[in-house]
Design a protein around this ligand. Structure first.
Ligand SMILES: [Zn+2]
Length: 115
């Protein structure tokens, strides 16, 4: 049976069709066919999920993986990502006293609350 959740594509940057496979599994074991374009060096997913599969993932699965505090209504997970960021920066002296924070892609804002 053909897996219809994936669709093949050309390189979104140069349109090339010559790609080298790098990985077939992404974070959390989710299938992610990472390739590098031989023509321009861009990396992208190919084959990638179909639009329908992306829609299903973001509407019913995304929170399970990336926002467990939302999907499980469990506050224990709220500050884990922010605490990891602090743990990475602190040993290098990169956390100095501050009054303002800019959090790009802030999700639910838990990192801002944590900081
Ligand atoms: Zn390319």
């Amino acid at each position: 049976m053909v897996d219809t959740t994936f669709t093949k594509s050309l390189c979104p940057l140069c349109g090339g069709s010559d790609h080298r496979a790098v990985s077939t599994t992404g974070q959390f074991g989710i299938p992610a066919h990472v390739v590098v374009c031989v023509g321009c060096g861009s990396s992208f997913l190919n084959p990638r999920w179909t639009k329908e599969r992306y829609d299903r993932f973001y509407s019913s699965e995304y929170d399970t993986y990336y926002r467990p505090e939302v999907s499980q209504n469990d506050d224990r997970y709220k500050f884990v990502p922010a605490s990891r960021i602090v743990a990475r920066l602190q040993p290098h002296g990169l956390l100095r006293p501050f009054q303002r924070v800019l959090d790009l892609g802030s999700g639910m804002g838990h990192a801002l609350t944590y900081l």
